[in-house]
Write a protein that binds this ligand. Structure first.
Ligand code: C2E
Ligand code: MG
Ligand code: MG
Ligand code: MG
Length: 287
């Protein structure tokens, strides 16, 4: 609807710009006010250890509740936020909210659990500031760094100038993982140089399990490499029992996906953390 409004406005002022550009300008303008209007929210998606079916972690995923449009997905607004310099304040808000939330769950009696936060390359470019920021947020919230994980992309890991900051974060006992592994055009040599703990197999490969032998071959190769490098491996986007079975047979450690839990609001997560029972999941699967 707003797209159309935009189009009409444009007819009046200038018809050379198309609807896509209009749309982007609209998003950009409302993004500027989103933080102060408290329109962002964090959802959390549980990650399970395959062997035990226990919840071993959560991934924090930002949501934008737009007052006129409803929820706008991060795949739309994160790239725009990166482009116009808004990702730094948004990223800071995410880190602070997640660390504070983590303590809230702990104070409510939940077993402490590690939460992963997605980082944008641009947040990293201000590298000293980022490590300082994270240190101060940890101090401020009192969260043990062992319960924080940072997800970075291959592109970010590849850049030599990020190595020192990553090492410093790792030295604090923060977990570092590579997101969407295998989907970017990058070399593997950073895996030798950087203190990486974990690789996340992209869901595009997981989606091909039992449909596309090439995807299975790539997953097996990634897992073999990860095991020789001593890295933890987690598969993203696990939706079917077939996919889980394949991953289990091939000794993948952890999974994340709609098969068990979609991303959830913070209060639902507390209930899940307190009630999750690996046994009931296992019996349900056998049925
Ligand atoms: P990602 O980090 O790879 O996150 C995983 C995405 O897969 C999430 O999409 C999640 O909802 C979705 N997903 C999880 N399980 C399944 C499944 O079984 N099937 C399918 N089809 N999808 C599944 P989401 O939440 O829309 O986020 C998209 C991307 O936006 C994220 O990809 C991440 O790159 C970015 N993002 C999200 N939150 C943040 C944030 O706080 N900061 C930054 N910089 N980027 C973020
Ligand atoms: Mg991620
Ligand atoms: Mg991913
Ligand atoms: Mg991604």
């Amino acid at each position: 609807r707003a797209k159309e409004e935009g189009k009409n406005n444009y007819r009046i002022y200038d018809d050379t710009l198309n609807a896509d550009v209009q749309e982007k300008i609209y998003i950009k303008n409302s993004l500027r006010r989103a933080l102060e209007n408290k329109e962002f929210e964090i959802y959390y998606q549980p990650q399970l250890e395959i062997k035990t079916r226990k919840i071993i972690g959560l991934e924090a995923l930002i949501r934008w509740n737009h007052p006129k449009r409803g929820q706008i997905p991060p795949s739309i607004f994160i790239p725009i936020a990166e482009e116009c310099g808004l990702i730094e304040p948004i990223g800071e808000w995410v880190l602070r909210t997640v660390c504070a939330q983590s303590k809230v769950w702990q104070n409510a009696g939940a077993e402490p659990i590690r939460v992963a936060v997605n980082l944008s390359a641009r947040q990293f470019n201000q590298r000293n500031k980022l490590t300082e920021l994270i240190k101060s947020i940890l101090a401020e919230t009192g969260l043990d760094p062992a319960y924080l994980e940072l997800e970075i992309t291959e592109n970010l890991a590849m850049q030599d100038e990020n190595a020192a900051a990553l090492q410093e974060l790792r030295n604090l006992n923060i977990t570092i993982s590579i997101d969407d592994f295998g989907t970017h055009y990058s070399s593997l040599s950073y895996l030798k140089r950087l203190p990486i703990d974990k690789i996340k197999i992209d869901r595009s490969f997981v989606n091909g399990i039992s449909k596309e032998p090439k995807d299975e071959a790539i997953i097996l190769a990634i897992m073999l490499m990860a095991s020789h490098l001593g890295l933890t491996i987690i598969a993203e986007g696990v939706e079917t029992p077939d996919q889980l079975f394949f991953l289990q047979q091939n000794h993948c450690h952890d999974i994340q996906g709609f098969l068990y839990y979609p991303p959830q609001q913070a209060d639902t997560i507390l209930r899940i953390l307190n009630s999750h029972s690996p046994d009931s999941l296992l019996t349900a699967e056998k049925k």
